[in-house]
Ligand binder design. Structure first.
Ligand code: AMP
Ligand code: GLY
Length: 425
């Protein structure tokens, strides 16, 4: 099978690494990829949102299956584009169409969807320029902290959690009336603050049946002890010790099944991943958000725990035959530690030569932001490399990842040294 992966991060490197191991894989391309993906696949210099050039490439290389990594091409309608294409509509795509991608592309749509289908989530109301003053008054009826969410995609920055009422009211005004996040904040979801521990659950679905992939916890803040600015993710752990069988059963019954039934009821033909961001509130799961893709760096711990041939699973999902696919998970613990560029998530420099990649033993380096420059691999992004280790215990996996984190060097290297610490007794 000839496969094309869209994207360029650690998530896509993990997909490529696993798919390349499949005996079914005869050719593997990734657009645009990075220095790491070029070791297991052929990089193609086309951006993941350049549909016309992608279509030319897909036709010329007789691609049979496209696996979409990031949300942007999905929200922009890549799957619709392929389904409606006059000569490429036979090409199978793992990733929902625009209607399905709205679960991530519009927080207001996602909240309404959850309400329609009785899926547990924080109470909320949505506001725009037509009822902004009502929003200001509504905030005054709530207790701090106040949670304000831009409706549209805002590069992970669209959620504000504010302790002071006047500040929250000012922020709501700024988001709606002054387009703080551009068009993304023309509508704002104001919701109840949920107190608990976060984790994420991942589902692969063919629109009807599904595989419940391993759960994971990520570490979003730049600083140790969950302090400082939000990032794309500084590390991840799977499984999540506090997500026991009983809790995951509740997630499956109250959230996963109603979500899939809701999609079907609404006529949304969803083939792809659903990433469910959850809050565990005293043992009860609530949905914080849906994403219509895998998480990054969660993928870097989820994929290594999937024992089954991933390509077989993706192929089955795209043929709507997931019910017949075998599915097996490794019971060991996977951890990943993200090495980032100094300064990230604010301004940082790129182009720093990376050394030590050949001396990390059994730890897997999933490249997030790297570039091949002649013989040298150099940094090319804020997040640079995710170092994943799999072991019988979290302690042992962390030890291995951290040893590799020391071995790899480049100017300005930074990483959090407390990944998983909160989960250990
Ligand atoms: P999101 O972009 O939806 O993932 O939100 C960013 C972060 O804000 C989440 O990962 C949570 O840590 C936090 N958050 C979002 N919604 C709530 C909520 N209702 N209560 C508490 N924290 C929340
Ligand atoms: N790590 C969070 C995300 O992928 O959205």
């Amino acid at each position: 099978m000839k496969i094309l992966i869209l994207g360029s991060g650690g998530r896509e490197h993990a997909f490529a690494w696993k798919i390349a191991q499949s005996p079914l894989c005869t050719a593997l391309f990734i657009a645009p990829g990075n220095a790491g993906t070029s070791q297991v696949a052929q990089n193609v210099a086309i951006e993941a949102t350049d549909f016309d050039r992608l279509a030319d490439f897909i036709a010329a290389n007789e691609i049979e299956l496209v696996v979409v990594g990031p949300e942007a091409p999905l929200v922009a309608g890549f799957t619709d584009f392929m389904r409606q294409h006059p000569t490429l509509n036979h090409v199978r795509v793992v990733g929902p169409d625009k209607a399905g991608a709205a679960l991530e592309g519009s927080k207001d749509f996602a909240k309404q969807f959850m309400m329609r289908h009785g899926i547990p989530t924080a109470a909320y109301r949505s506001f725009d320029s037509s009822n902004l003053e009502e929003g200001i008054a509504y905030l005054a009826t709530l207790q701090a902290p106040y949670v304000l969410k831009a409706d549209g995609l805002a590069a992970g920055k669209g959620v504000l959690i504010i302790n002071d009422l006047a500040e929250a009211q000012a922020a709501l005004r700024e988001m709606i009336a002054e387009a703080k996040f551009g068009a993304a904040s023309a509508t704002v979801v104001v919701e109840q603050f949920l107190r608990g521990i976060e984790l994420s659950v991942f589902v692969l679905t063919d629109g009807k049946d599904y595989c419940l992939l391993p759960a994971a916890k990520d570490y979003k803040r730049i600083g140790e002890g969950d302090t400082g600015l939000n990032t794309g993710g500084m590390g991840a752990v799977s499984p999540v010790p506090f997500a026991n069988e009983e809790f995951l059963k509740k997630v499956e019954e109250r959230i996963v099944k109603p979500t899939l039934a809701g999609l079907q009821k609404e006529g949304i033909d969803y083939v792809g991943f659903i990433f469910i961001g959850l809050m565990n509130v005293g043992g009860e799961p609530y949905v914080i958000e849906y994403n219509v893709r895998m998480g990054d760096p969660e993928t870097e711990v989820v994929i290594p725990r999937i024992k089954t041939d991933l390509l077989t699973l993706l192929d089955a999902a795209s043929r709507r035959r997931l019910a017949q696919a075998a599915f097996e998970i490794d019971s060991r613990t996977a951890v990943t530690v993200m090495l980032v560029s100094g300064g990230y998530p604010e301004a940082f420099e790129k182009g720093k030569p990376i050394s030590g990649l050949d001396r990390i033993g059994e730890v897997t380096a999933f490249h997030a932001g790297t570039k091949q420059q002649g013989e040298t691999v150099v940094t090319a992004g804020g997040r640079v490399i995710a170092l994943t280790a799999l072991a019988d215990s979290m302690q042992e996996a962390l030890q291995r990842s951290y040893r590799a984190a020391e071995t790899i060097t480049y100017e300005g290297k930074y990483y959090r040294r407390d990944i998983g610490r909160d989960l250990m007794a």
